[in-house]
Ligand binder design. Structure first.
Ligand SMILES: Cc1cc2nc3c(=O)[nH]c(=O)nc-3n(C[C@H](O)[C@H](O)[C@H](O)COP(=O)(O)O)c2cc1C
Length: 198
């Protein structure tokens, strides 16, 4: 599938079949993330691949009971890799490790805004932008392979970190349920081009 075709064909999928996704396909999707561009090529991402039913159930609970988070046979949890930022987030990282700042993007942003430097704010912003680019690569790769995904940001980040026992240096930014679609939703409306041009 050409890139433009995948962009046009992609939908948020919220119903999945129980058909398992092969390891080979999961690897191809991760590879699409791995190849993403990033600010200063810092590659500030880490991915956790979840297939275990009881962990998917726990993720659903952490995601305000969004059913499809459990239903999808795979959930890729995309985290920011704050270690890869080097010294850019040094002080906040120390506090995260000490448990004084909670491992969630919202809390890190809040802390950096109150106490951190501009460099820290910039570093963290770039880390999150980088993860976002990698995830969109994976979303489009999944579409081209006949798989469905749905971006999920509505979740309790600290709960997800706890369920997966994530080290505090890797706060979860997105959940990406992945599987064979059991629905084919119609395209959702987009604003016309004239409206989005400045
Ligand atoms: C950053 C981001 C966060 C999102 N979070 C959720 C979510 O938590 N739950 C959900 O059902 N959909 C979520 N979505 C999906 C959007 O609702 C969806 O992309 C939008 O309505 C457009 O529909 P489409 O993806 O089918 O084109 C999210 C999308 C993005 C980009």
């Amino acid at each position: 599938m050409e890139v433009m075709e995948a962009i046009a064909a992609r939908r948020s999928i919220r119903r999945y079949s129980s058909r398992p996704v092969s390891e080979g396909l999961i690897r191809q999707i991760l590879e699409a993330g791995r190849l993403a561009p990033s600010a200063s090529n810092l590659q500030t991402w880490k991915f956790k691949v979840v297939t275990e039913p009881h962990i998917r159930k726990a993720l659903r609970e952490a995601a305000y009971d969004q059913r499809f988070v459990e239903e999808a046979p795979v959930v890729i949890v995309a985290c920011a890799d704050l270690v890869a930022l080097g010294d850019r987030l040094k002080r906040t990282l120390e506090l995260l490790r000490a448990g004084a700042v909670k491992p969630s993007a919202g809390m890190i942003l809040w802390y950096v805004r109150q106490r951190g430097s501009k460099e820290e704010a910039r570093g963290f912003l770039h880390a999150v932008i980088n993860v976002t680019i990698a995830v969109q690569n994976m979303v489009l790769a999944a579409t081209s392979l006949g798989l469905g995904t749905c971006w999920v940001r509505a979740f309790e980040e600290e709960k997800v970190a706890k369920v997966l026992r994530l080290p505090p240096e890797y706060p979860p930014i997105f959940l990406l349920p992945l599987g064979y679609p059991a629905e084919s939703p119609r395209p959702r409306p987009r604003r016309p081009l004239e409206e989005i041009l400045l």
